[in-house]
Design a protein around this ligand. Structure first.
Ligand code: COI
Length: 348
């Protein structure tokens, strides 16, 4: 892999005590182009702008996807990257559905390791922060005919980040708009899934909510996701999360939490369809103990309010509750405070 180092570092321009999510980028990036039916040699070079033609395919048809993962300080100067292989696999799941070329998994893992090795100084020390890894891929052919792009660019950039949400999350059950549908692209991290969510989310914001709870496209009866995260409820000491489908993103944080919960038996676990009605009923009866989102950016994000048809249900966000216990269990593995029995951390 060709590596061209930056002449100087921008790290002094970053206030590591006040990191805003995804606003600052490290000194280097990884770039790999797909041309004539094959991936070319990946390259690490100084972070900087791309030049592109106004007819670049992605700008017109959005054949684009991304991934997200984090690297952490693990003590003794070691840096660990969380579940990179799982990310590589999910990127290729998205690529297949979006009719884009799969990126070789070993290149993904090795390239990101090399990139982080080079920009190790950018991994924040603070335990509420991390280095966010953003791999992405887009169609880069120059034509405006509505057919698949022939050329693609794969790129990885790195961003030191603090917490994603400033506080607890207030969510509104969305019954008008939909994030995904059966047979659609909801299980992928294609760019359009996020773009399509901006309008409904903004509508909810106008009503004082932070995010929406996505419900199924047919009847808006089933809970599916929350904002950009998977969702879970604790009802009667049971952790309930909707099962994966082609409408729901296979969250790596979700999967890690399920693994931890099943192993530690901290809680009973149910992966099953859950109706809005059941959540509202539990909130009314007082059996809804906690609700939270699970994702790479926020890790675990406690939900303090659920709005449904004009009524707000307040939910406890206890400091000693399940959500934060789960978050701590995961964070302890990521920061090397406890053993990593699953081999999740790729240590540099
Ligand atoms: C996630 O946390 O799952 C994300 O996809 C984050 C991103 C939308 C910023």
């Amino acid at each position: 892999m060709k590596v061209t180092k930056a002449d100087s570092t921008k790290i002094d321009s970053v206030d590591f005590n006040n990191l805003v999510f995804g606003a600052k980028f490290s000194d280097h990036m990884l770039v790999c182009n797909y041309r004539n039916g094959a991936w070319e040699e990946p390259e690490i070079k100084p972070y900087g702008p791309f030049t592109f033609t106004p007819a670049m395919h992605t700008l017109h048809y959005g054949q684009a996807l991304f991934e997200g993962q984090k690297a952490y300080h693990m003590g003794d100067g070691k840096v660990g990257i969380f579940r990179l292989e799982a990310n590589a696999k999910r990127l290729n799941h998205s690529a297949r559905r979006m009719f884009m070329p799969e990126f070789p998994e070993e290149w993904f893992v090795d390239g990101i390791k090399k990139l982080i090795e080079l920009d190790k100084a950018w991994v924040p020390d603070d335990e509420n922060s991390a280095l966010y890894i953003r791999p992405f891929m887009f169609g880069s052919s120059e034509f405006v005919a509505a057919r698949p792009s022939e050329d693609f660019t794969f790129c990885v950039i790195l961003s030191p980040v603090g917490p994603y949400y400033a506080g607890n999350v207030k969510v509104k059950v969305e019954e008008q708009y939909t994030r995904s549908a059966t047979g659609g692209v909801g299980s992928t991290k294609c760019a359009g899934n996020y773009a399509g969510a901006f309008f409904p989310t903004n509508e909810a914001r106008k009503e004082g909510y932070t995010q929406v709870i996505w419900t199924d496209h047919k009847n808006h009866e089933l809970v599916e996701e929350s904002g950009t995260m998977n969702i879970a409820f604790v009802i009667n000491d049971t952790f309930i999360t909707p099962p994966l489908s082609d409408r729901i993103l296979a969250g790596i944080t979700r999967d890690s939490i399920l693994t931890l919960l099943r192993d530690t038996e901290m809680l009973k676990v149910e992966e099953r369809p859950i109706k809005v009605e059941e959540v509202v009923e539990a909130a009314r009866k007082g059996t809804l103990q906690e609700a939270f989102g699970m994702g790479t950016a926020a890790v675990v994000s406690q939900i303090s309010t659920i709005g449904f048809r004009g009524e707000d249900f307040e939910i406890a966000t206890p400091a000693d509750g399940y959500a934060l216990k789960i978050k701590k269990a995961l964070t302890d593995i990521r920061q090397g405070k406890v053993a990593d029995p699953y081999g999740w951390m790729e240590i540099l």
